[in-house]
Design a protein around this ligand. Structure first.
Ligand code: NAD
Length: 283
């Protein structure tokens, strides 16, 4: 099936970036959100980010207006997918919410249309099982900021067919990304490796092995990481880090994935990192 019309569900941090790259690659994009305010904000963000690309000389002004003209916004989920050729779901990370969205998508998207999810931690296999087209459900895990980051983890659910995987791989390449094939498993590859590293850095703080700035310096200068694990945790949000550690712990059943008590304590205190003004650093 030729892909021309792409529907993206959720116009937040990830949804606006995903809409940006699809529209810039020539697809007609319908961006859907329950919040009109989120949709307006997303279009403003995309416009600003394109303007920055024009300023840098990576695109010309005509590309900016053509890209914006290919994006329309919508608040009605069912109506938005009736003419879709491909769907990417990037709504809030809650299983009950995504389950409801996938059931609506399944009931309204044309037969054979692939339903992709950008979830960071929910099982693709489990989401697929809530639909009648499990073979056509797949994970397409982009990274923030989407227009800049090259990686897409393409997550195969248990029932995802080779043909569906090949379509999403080719599509990711067409968007200028590098897809990596990953089988559905808690945390996929990215968070399976990243989150225990962040959690271990938090144990080092809790056990007074070193101060947060010094732990970050070790990883930046010693391991050539662009950002230390604690600064990264603040950027991601400590609540998100805790939720992902819990997914790893529950899903893999190994005590090595237990969340650090200091991480739990900071989340309980509302010190969530950059978004709350304080985490391991003050903002
Ligand atoms: P966000 O909170 O910035 O945006 C989520 C958007 O979904 C909001 O605008 C909200 O109004 C909308 N929404 C909620 N319910 C909806 C519904 N029923 N229909 C349509 N829209 C609805 O969240 P985000 O950071 O963009 O994350 C979105 C998804 O991407 C999550 O699954 C998350 O795990 C994943 N993800 C996030 C990151 C990241 O760095 N933020 C990275 C990779 C993947």
């Amino acid at each position: 099936m030729a892909i021309n019309n792409v529907t993206i569900i959720g116009a937040g941090t990830m949804g606006n970036g995903i809409a940006h790259i699809f529209a810039q690659s020539g697809y007609n994009v319908t961006l859907v959100d329950v919040s009109r305010e989120a949709l307006d904000k997303a279009v403003a963000t995309i416009t600003n980010n394109l303007a920055r690309q024009v300023k840098k000389g990576t695109i010309i002004e005509a590309d900016q207006s053509a890209t914006i003209a290919r994006i329309k916004t919508e608040t009605q989920l069912a109506a938005s997918v009736r003419t879709a050729d491909f769907v990417v779901e990037a709504a809030t990370e809650r299983y009950d919410l995504k389950k409801e969205i996938f059931q609506t998508l399944d009931a309204n998207a044309p037969e054979g249309v692939i339903l992709a999810t950008n979830t960071s931690s929910i099982s693709v296999t489990e989401l697929a099982a809530t639909t009648k087209r499990a073979s056509h459900v797949i994970g397409m895990h982009f990274f923030n900021p989407v227009p800049v980051m090259k990686l897409v983890e393409v997550i195969r659910g248990l029932a995802t067919t080779d043909e569906v995987y090949a379509t999403v791989k080719a599509l990711s390449e067409q968007l200028g990304k590098t897809p990596v094939e990953v089988n559905d498993s808690p945390g996929f590859v990215s968070n399976r490796i990243l989150m225990p590293m962040i959690n271990e850095a938090i144990y080092c703080v809790m056990e007074s092995v070193a101060k947060p700035e010094d732990i970050d310096t070790v990883m930046k200068l010693g391991m050539a990481h662009p950002m230390g694990p604690l600064a990264l945790a603040d950027f991601i949000g400590l609540d998100v880090c805790l939720a992902i550690m819990n997914v790893l712990h529950d899903g893999l059943g190994d005590t090595k994935y237990r969340a650090c008590p200091l991480l739990k304590k900071m989340v309980a205190a509302g010190r969530l990192g950059k978004k709350s003004g304080e985490g391991f650093y003050k903002y």
